[in-house]
Design a protein around this ligand. Structure first.
Ligand code: AMP
Ligand code: MG
Length: 519
């Protein structure tokens, strides 16, 4: 274990690719380069608020003992082996080509090689302007930094592929934000998260090179990505094999989001990881009352492009953009189109397997596919709390007596009293389900164990995050600490104090149901 300030870092990305080394932070287009050197802008008083000990252990880094290490986490100290930069990328935002975007408020400090031979990029989010900040300030507020810090770690413990967060520091500076874009800007406390991932490359890093017709640069980035992050892919067909692998990883990620009820909220192509990780935590949310049409992002409201139930099809659309970006490396687009056409079959296969686990089925039988469809239909109708519903499903009695028994069993998950029509649909479904469970060749205990692993019991609901943020802004970290404990054990009953529906007051409150991108 080493102090952060003593680590000898690597900088393979900047060594291998051309960058703008001027250090000029003024906003501009940067054709011909992959990144621009960007030194973090110092803040008033970096103070450590949270530290991910388990991640730190994996990285071999000691918890900061002195101000020097905290200064690194706050962007006030750059050590001699670091080469901080902001990556240049583009993207499709809400379905439209947005041109050059880039790391507007993220600065990668360096790469760290662990003793186990793994490589990680260390990135500060909110460390000040870069050439890609456009008219914004390059900063992040405490509320959004807490959300990124907690949620990326929570997703890790849920078993969902994600970037990680090592630290959260408050900056001592205040940041101006117009939270609802309604002209009511206010000063909020600033903060910085140190994010960690093997790579922060996005679909957009490839899109920009194609858009600028920098084909040799594109080929170089693709080769580098495959060699480093997909080293098992070799041979003449390696680029198409790689594209297929990204397609599969992305589809699996979408299935994982559906499993735990996660809505990302801003699935622009610049927020799609080339490694299939959940990346860029902004106006995300878990689903409380089941609704495939739910989007947590106020900016997404008119079209609901990024709603819970649409994420899989948007992911496919985004994969199409990536395919378009790497198309210049192929003689024709046939193979790419074939891979993309395989997305639906692959996704549905993964989806049904996942649902089979959520429902505790021993295997998928043809009739199960229709039953899974019925679950979807009835959940849409009744709109119970998704997390609580599946927890209650685990203990559904083998013999269903009557409609009333079903209503009583699931009562804890209802936000609204179900109508007679909904009760009937739910009763029919649960009866069918109970009969199906009896056909399992495995024991009930085994089936429940499968369900226990597939269905989280603790999720970081927006209202909990909201409460912990309000308290932390007042200097009370009790709930924040508690949530950090609970998120590490999301499948157990240890934190049942949080096993409850979203309270009534939270359904309309700003920051508890809907969020904006302003962070
Ligand atoms: P997002 O929708 O959060 O993924 O952001 C889209 C683009 O806007 C990215 O290029 C970000 O780096 C940039 N951006 C968002 N917020 C800020 C900010 N406060 N300062 C500078 N750039 C920002
Ligand atoms: Mg982004």
């Amino acid at each position: 274990m080493q102090n952060l300030s003593a680590v000898q870092f690597k900088n393979d990305f900047v060594k291998n690719f051309k960058g703008d080394e001027s250090g000029d932070l003024s906003p501009r287009q940067t054709p011909g380069v992959f990144y621009s050197k960007a030194i973090p802008t110092p803040v008033k008083k970096p103070t450590l608020l949270a530290w991910s000990e388990e991640l730190a252990n994996e990285l071999g880094i000691e918890q900061p003992q002195d101000q020097k290490d905290v200064d690194i986490l706050g962007g006030n100290l750059v050590t001699t082996t670091m080469h901080p930069y902001a990556a240049c990328y583009a993207g499709h935002q809400f379905g439209n080509w947005a041109g050059q975007l880039g790391d507007g408020r993220a600065i990668t400090l360096a790469e760290l090689k662990t003793q186990a031979g793994k490589s990680y990029e260390l990135q500060l989010k909110g460390a000040g302007p870069t050439p890609y900040s456009r008219r914004a300030d390059g900063r992040a507020v405490l509320r959004s930094s807490i959300r990124e810090y907690l949620m990326s770690e929570a997703m890790h413990y849920l078993g969902v592929p994600t970037t990680r967060a090592l630290s959260l520091v408050s900056t001592g500076d205040r940041v101006m934000r117009d939270m609802f874009y309604d002209g009511n800007a206010e000063y909020e406390p600033g903060a910085i998260v140190m994010r960690v991932a093997p790579s922060f490359l996005r679909f957009g890093n490839f899109e920009i090179l194609a858009a600028r017709n920098e084909i040799e640069n594109l080929r170089k980035l693709v080769d580098w990505t495959i060699n480093l992050y997909y080293p098992y892919i070799t041979g003449e067909d390696k680029i198409i094999t790689w594209y297929k692998e990204i397609m599969e990883r992305t589809a699996k990620l979408m299935v994982e989001w559906l499993r735990v009820g996660f809505v990302h909220g801003v699935m622009n192509t610049d927020n799609m990881s080339i490694l299939g990780l959940t990346i860029d935590y902004g106006p995300y949310s878990f689903v409380d009352d089941y609704d495939p049409n739910f989007t947590p992002n106020t900016t997404d409201l008119p079209g609901r492009r990024y709603a819970f139930g649409k994420q899989s099809s948007v992911a496919k659309w985004n994969l199409g953009c990536l395919g378009g970006a790497i198309a210049p490396l192929f003689e024709n687009t046939e193979e790419l189109v074939n891979v993309l056409n395989g997305y639906d079959d692959f996704f549905w296969m993964q989806f049904y397997t996942m649902m089979g686990n959520k429902l505790g089925l021993d295997e998928l039988r043809p009739e199960d596919i229709t039953m899974i469809g019925e679950f979807e239909k009835v959940l849409r109708m009744v709109k119970p709390d998704m997390t609580i519903f599946y927890q209650l499903l685990m203990d559904v009695p083998a013999e269903i007596e009557n409609e009333q028994a079903v209503v009583t069993h699931f009562a804890e998950s209802f936000y609204k009293e179900p109508t007679p029509e909904q009760v009937e649909a739910l009763y029919t479904l649960i009866k069918r389900y109970a009969d199906r469970i009896k056909l399992n060749t495995t024991t009930r205990e085994e089936s429940q164990e499968t369900m226990r692993k597939a269905n989280p019991r603790f999720i970081l609901r927006n209202y909990l995050l909201h409460q912990s943020i309000e308290e932390l802004e007042k200097g009370d970290n009790t709930l924040f600490e508690k949530l950090q404990q609970a998120m590490k054990d999301p499948y157990s009953k240890r934190f049942d104090e949080f096993f409850a529906k979203r309270p009534g007051w939270a359904s309309q409150k700003a920051g508890c149901s809907m969020l904006s991108c302003s962070s």
